[in-house]
Design a protein around this ligand. Structure first.
Ligand SMILES: *Cc1c(COP(=O)(O)O)cnc(C)c1O
Length: 364
């Protein structure tokens, strides 16, 4: 990033030679992101974040046919999709919120049946940010196409953690965010499949091939490109070593506290996510103790932290308020070590024991 914050400050859209070096760097980043997705460079639009990608994809899908007033999504989407769709209901759209079962799974037949002739867009996340549960997005994208609907997937959690290969895919739009794959915050990308009609969300100049106005955030785009290249080269490691660290954490946690429960479908889960339920414990109180011990975790998503409501994802899985509040999410990466995992288990176990000792009357 640094050269593009100091030496190479030219505007990539300018005609002078000083800008062309910068333009080349942006195009290299586009190729790196495309390679991670198994897509074409021309299919990548840089954005400011994952939320923008989700909003832009849905807005474009709806603009393509104003007579279609129906949207299908799930009850467990990130707030960037959830709140956008809620806003649509106030603008005269009908939204079908697909339910999930107790393991956080969608019923593919129920999902396909929800897509109608007047469905404009189907938006289903690739992997859930709280539980890591993976959805069969390719099948759903095919079902959407048979009804002439656009299919968008919020792949912010999936990209860089599980293989994504979009060549020949039925998916029209896919969003990703830099900070979920070790790039900086405030940059993302939207994949727009070739030959897909696209209406810009941010209207301005002809940047990004006319698909997003505004001067590019060059340093962050360069960083996203590099992060994508590194993620591609570590993909196998994610599926083996990082998965191993996560599994080690879960196994040691249930050995140490036998009533610990793992949330989400064990058969289809991201390798880096653990959502655990500790009966009789308050998640927010846990976070305070964990933070003091230097361990960062979350109750629900960071985007809903501080809200009084229990996680809408766990609630949609049929969890009681007590179960949802007693659940925490832990994330792992290629920068973690086995020693950290073992230390983490001890920190979490002590925090749970401490809270249980403070409120022995709580139900277990
Ligand atoms: C983090 C996240 C987003 C939002 O990305 P931002 O870059 O924060 O806007 C969207 N969807 C999912 C699944 C996420 O995890």
């Amino acid at each position: 990033m640094l050269p593009f914050l100091t030496e190479f400050y030219g505007n990539p859209s300018s005609a002078y030679g000083f800008g062309s070096r910068v333009r080349d760097a942006v195009e290299q980043a586009r190729a790196q992101v495309a390679a991670l997705l198994g897509a074409d460079e021309g299919e990548i639009v840089f954005t400011s974040c994952g939320s923008e990608g989700n909003n832009a994809a849905l807005a474009s899908a709806l603009a393509a046919d104003r007579d279609r007033k129906h949207v299908v999504t799930t009850g467990v989407e990130h707030s960037a999709t959830k709140n956008y769709c809620e806003a649509l209901t106030r603008k005269g759209y009908e939204v079908t919120w697909l339910p999930v079962d107790s393991l956080g799974r969608l019923d593919p037949d129920e999902a396909a049946a929800a897509i109608r002739d007047d469905t404009a867009a189907v938006s289903v996340m690739w992997a859930n940010n709280e539980t890591g549960v993976i959805f069969p997005v390719e099948d759903l994208a095919r079902a959407a196409r048979t009804k002439g609907a656009y299919f968008h997937t919020d792949a912010v959690q999936a990209v860089g953690k599980v293989p994504v290969r979009l060549v020949g895919s039925a998916i029209h739009f896919l969003s990703l965010a830099g900070h979920k794959l070790h790039a900086p915050k405030g940059v993302g990308a939207l994949y727009v499949q070739r030959r897909t009609r696209f209406t810009p969300f941010l209207i301005g100049g002809s940047q990004e091939n006319g698909r997003r106005g505004g001067t590019e955030n060059v340093a962050s785009i360069v960083a996203l490109g590099k992060a994508a290249e590194l993620a591609a080269s570590h993909l196998a490691y994610e599926g083996t070593v990082v998965r191993g660290l996560r599994d080690r954490f879960e196994a040691a946690m249930s050995a140490r506290l036998p009533d610990t429960q793992t949330n989400g479908d064990p058969a289809a889960r991201l390798p880096n996510t653990a959502s655990l339920y500790f009966p009789g414990v308050d998640g927010e109180a846990m976070l305070v103790l964990l933070d003091k011990a230097g361990l960062c975790a979350s109750a629900g998503s960071a985007c809903t932290a501080g809200s009084l409501y229990p996680s809408h994802v766990l609630t949609a899985m049929g969890f009681s308020v007590e179960q949802a509040r007693g659940s925490l999410r832990f994330s792992f990466s290629r920068f973690n070590t086995e020693e950290e995992i073992d230390r983490g288990v001890e920190i979490v176990a002590r925090a749970v024991e401490r809270l249980r000792a403070m409120s022995p009357a709580e139900p277990r």
